[in-house]
Design a protein around this ligand. Structure first.
Ligand SMILES: [Zn+2]
Length: 423
């Protein structure tokens, strides 16, 4: 049985560091338990109260290899949240190792451990109310007797107020609470300087294609040649590689994106290509969120007593409109996020194509990102030369940056398509 770190692809040094910290954390708990034993005897079994949480001498600090706040950074798909969840499991593991077999490991990895809270923003940002509620719950005594672990998977999407609420908790941490933040980088745009200064940073790197292919074969049973192709095409993004290897729809969408350079034959074609790209992203996002939307709405309506005739039903309905409105707002925000993510994936694929053209024009000894469009990229390299290939690559990257900076996606994509056509 593989342990909890098995899915952390191509991050050997990080795994060593996290194992060491988990062992140190387990030692803190053992020391606390040893200190507590005499006190418990003195109090006697009749008191019935949970004993106060005992802080180990010195607390969980850096000198023991453990600390209470961490930031996992790395490019998308490198496994930031995988690393954070595996570490959370190792902290809850009854053996303190992340064995992968005990109830602590199982429930954490399955997302049901009572003392592990996973915050995955569905919309564009994590708001202050969510954060305050989270911080409050995180301060309670761990029910399993180990740690309260809070995993914030996109800490770069904290609103300023939410960031401040989190900072307060990190500055005065409850004795048994551990915060695990994930963000693309420690740049001040992603994470505030003050939060960063309180956390230990764990940088993940883009996993090599060979390591990604290996895990697809081992864990997902993908054929080796398909795994190698998907790993290269996904450019180090593990989840994306898995989707490409297993989902024909994902492959079809990628093919459509990589057909763009061929289709840019004039101004009209450039606008058509922009529309096609935007609409494909919308369709993909719609497919990914519609099922969750329906489930949530049904669940909320049931909870609000829709159709109920009991005495409670009328009272429950009074707040119903407000709650439904709130849900719709959240779902709309999530849909917008899903559209942006889908569009961004398409742009990354497109950037890979022009990168291939550039490396071919430079005769650089590197493997192409997209082996299946290598011939087309080669033709582009001849026609555009290195300079023209670079300008096109920059146009794609500028489009990503513009959308990230809240330019309307359609406007940014149209500008990009025109730049790709004109060169
Ligand atoms: Zn375990």
């Amino acid at each position: 049985m593989p342990d909890v770190f098995a899915d952390l692809v191509g991050q050997d040094e990080v795994v060593v560091e996290l194992r060491r910290a988990a062992a140190a954390a387990a030692a803190v708990l053992r020391a606390a338990a040893a200190d507590r034993a005499p006190a418990l005897l003195a109090a006697g079994p009749a008191s019935g109260d949970e004993p106060e949480t005992v802080v180990a001498p010195g607390g969980p600090d850096a000198s023991t290899g453990m600390t209470h706040a961490w930031i996992f950074t790395g490019p998308p798909g490198s496994g930031r949240s995988v690393a954070a969840r595996a570490f959370a499991a190792a902290l809850q593991c009854v053996h303190g190792t992340g064995c992968g077999e005990c109830p602590g490991c199982h429930t954490t990895m399955g997302g049901t451990h009572a003392d592990v809270r996973l915050v995955e923003p569905e919309g564009l940002s994590i708001g202050v109310n969510d954060m305050r509620a989270l911080v409050l719950r995180a301060a309670s005594t761990p029910s399993g007797g180990r740690w309260q672990v809070v995993v914030i998977s996109d800490a770069d999407r904290l609103t300023e107020a939410a960031g401040n609420a989190l900072l307060k908790a990190i500055e005065e941490p409850p004795p048994r609470t551990v915060f695990l933040l994930c963000a693309p980088s420690t740049h001040p745009d992603d994470i505030s300087v003050t939060i960063r200064s309180r956390c230990r940073v764990v940088p993940l790197r883009q996993p090599p294609a060979a390591a990604v292919a290996e895990v697809l074969v081992r864990r997902d049973g993908v054929a080796p040649d398909v795994a190698r192709w998907a790993a290269a095409a996904a450019q180090g993004h593990v989840g994306r590689a898995r989707r490409l290897a297993r989902d024909p729809e994902a492959r079809k969408r990628r093919d459509a994106v990589l057909a763009v350079p061929r289709r840019l034959t004039g101004v009209g074609a450039a606008f058509d290509a922009a529309s096609a790209l935007i609409e494909a992203a919308e369709a993909e996002a719609e497919a990914s969120v519609s099922e969750a939307d329906t489930t949530e709405r049904t669940a909320l309506e049931r909870a609000l007593g829709a159709g109920g005739t009991g005495r409670g039903a009328a009272g429950a309905m009074r707040g119903a409109a407000g709650q439904l409105k709130e849900l719709e707002k959240r779902q709309k925000s999530r849909a917008t996020r899903a559209q942006r993510d889908a569009l961004d994936r398409a742009l990354v694929d497109l950037a890979g194509f022009y990168r291939d053209a550039l490396t071919m024009a430079l005769r650089a000894p590197v493997d192409p990102v997209h082996t299946d469009t290598a011939a087309l990229a080669g033709a582009g390299a001849q026609k555009w030369d290195a300079e023209g290939s670079l300008r096109r690559l920059e146009a794609v990257l500028a489009c990503r940056a513009a959308i990230e900076a809240n330019v309307k996606p359609r406007i940014a994509v149209e500008a990009m398509m025109l730049a790709l056509w004109k060169g």
